[in-house]
Design a protein around this ligand. Structure first.
Ligand code: 13P
Length: 255
């Protein structure tokens, strides 16, 4: 099955709900209906903007897909400050980012938690975007492939072959996030090819369907070279997704 390209804007902790609506509307205005034939487009606003963004997407029949930046894996209960997957599903959330490196590094999320989150996302009919990526020290020490391989194994364990085929994986080398330092497209391709090989070793041919994105200082100037690589199916975009003009240029990478 041919993999459709996917570009998701991760707005991180930026935008209140009014700003989020404006960003969404500007983005929609700048994209051509035909663009969506070529690439699926998603935005991941903060939790407090999900409802507003969902309402505008539905009212204006936009093809933009709604994504959440995180979820808890429990159904409900005494977990102050957390949001349950069922709450996201009720907002017609399509994708949920799990295991972003900022969650792993700043908030101490483990591979086991990421795994539980990925399973919970599937259990509620949504699609996880499972993030993996090595630190600069690991890259320099030559252990990047070991690290990412183990993140893939532990974060995805217990998922079915069918789930692996529909999951999204994002390779985001930590040293490239928010630093302006993009991975060389050839290095990104090498790691993403390795990730696909790991998936197919464990889950078989269904790994050919898994969309694998690159993330880390993606911008309109480098997206073309990244998308030209055969195993890279799209991008997870931080800073460059905050300005609708810039993000639209990333989405329309072939122009
Ligand atoms: P930047 O594009 O700002 O480097 O962020 C990447 C990222 O973390 C997307 O999830």
């Amino acid at each position: 099955m041919a993999r459709k390209n996917l570009i998701v804007g991760n707005w991180k902790m930026n935008s209140n709900h009014l700003e989020a609506i404006q960003m969404l509307q500007k983005l929609h205005y700048r994209l051509d209906p035909n663009d969506y034939d070529r690439v699926d487009v998603g935005v991941a606003p903060p939790f407090t903007s999900l409802r507003s963004v969902q309402t505008v997407i539905e009212a204006d029949h936009m093809s933009i897909q709604l994504a959440a930046q995180n979820t808890h894996f429990e159904e409900k209960g005494a977990f102050t400050g957390e949001v349950a997957p069922s709450m996201l599903a009720k907002l017609s959330v399509h994708f949920v980012i799990v295991g972003h490196s900022e969650r792993r590094q700043i908030f101490g999320e483990t591979d086991d938690w990421v795994n539980r989150k990925a399973k919970a996302v599937f259990a509620h009919g949504m699609t996880p975007i499972v993030c993996v990526g090595e630190t600069l020290e690991e890259r320099e020490a030559g252990s990047a492939f070991d690290r990412v391989g183990s993140q893939i194994r532990l974060s995805l364990t217990g998922l079915s072959a069918e789930q692996i085929g529909s999951a999204v994986v994002a390779y985001e080398p930590i040293w490239a996030i928010g630093t302006g330092r993009t991975a060389d497209p050839a290095d990104a391709q090498e790691m993403i090819e390795f990730i696909r090989a790991q998936l197919s070793q464990q889950w078989g041919g269904t790994a050919d369907d898994t969309r694998i994105l690159y993330g880390g200082s993606v911008n309109p100037g480098n997206i073309g070279a990244i998308m030209a690589k055969k195993d890279i199916d799209g991008g997870l975009v931080g800073g460059a997704s905050l300005d609708p003009d810039t993000f639209a240029s990333v989405v329309r990478y072939w122009i």
